[in-house]
Design a protein around this ligand. Structure first.
Ligand code: ADP
Length: 219
């Protein structure tokens, strides 16, 4: 009888301990997930900014150029960046031997407010069956990798491939936002990513995909 009583005592004690451990685990997991989600969301809101404006005027560590494979300048944002940076940029680009689609190369910014330019070549839209999505994602990934390797903490992007290369805007913005969020989650060193939209339609598209509401003032 006494033995059974001792067993019951220890069984009850064990149940109590298990119950506490269970509650602790549930609490700990919930707390951890809340803290994680909160951290990511807060950090994202602070670290991703959308503005309507001209990327050549941005005072960040690096602006991204939606270049063509020659890296020797062109129209659109590429032409605007070369015009604002001055001929020294073209001289530096000449010795880079071009850039493949999805890859990225870095130069100085010369007369720009940004001391660095990261040149990436987005894919031309051929209807979606030519690896366009993956190649555009690679552009963002490679820009971020170069940025971190060069100690860049603030970076501004145009909507790569959405101009002369005709990538559908919403699809391109979704890729830009997905890749940016993924990178920011793993890289606390990158403090700010600015999406610079040249027109209102692009600005609205980023806002919709990021949060469904405006996130920054037009400038
Ligand atoms: P791509 O050949 O990659 O399509 P474009 O330069 O034609 O490159 O267009 C890419 C995006 O950059 C388009 O959404 C276009 O409206 C935008 N853009 C053009 N000029 C500027 C600028 N000065 N600042 C920011 N974005 C720009």
């Amino acid at each position: 009888m006494a033995g059974a009583g001792v067993n019951l005592f220890f069984q009850t004690l064990l149940d109590i301990v298990k119950a506490f451990v269970g509650v602790y685990n549930v609490f700990d997991k919930q707390y951890a997930s809340v803290r994680y989600v909160g951290w990511v969301e807060n950090t994202m809101t602070e670290r991703i900014k959308v503005i309507q404006g001209d990327i050549t005027r941005q005072a960040v560590d690096a602006i991204v150029n939606a270049a063509n494979p020659s890296l020797l300048g062109g129209g659109g944002v590429d032409g605007a960046i070369h015009a604002a940076a001055g001929p020294e940029l073209l001289a530096e680009c000449r010795v880079l031997n071009g850039c493949a689609t999805g890859e990225a190369k870095i130069t100085r910014g010369y007369r720009l407010n940004a001391p660095r330019v990261i040149h990436t070549v987005g894919p031309i839209w051929y209807g979606g069956g030519h690896d366009e999505d993956a190649l555009l994602a690679r552009c963002y990934q490679n820009c971020f990798l170069l940025a971190v390797r060069h100690g860049i903490t603030t970076i501004a992007f145009p909507a790569i491939s959405t101009g002369a290369y005709h990538f559908p805007m919403e699809r391109a913005v979704q890729i830009a936002v997905t890749e940016t969020r993924r990178f920011l989650e793993s890289q606390p060193a990158l403090r700010k990513v600015v999406f610079v939209c040249f027109n209102g339609a692009t600005f609205n598209c980023y806002c919709k995909i990021l949060a469904g509401r405006p996130q920054g003032k037009a400038s």
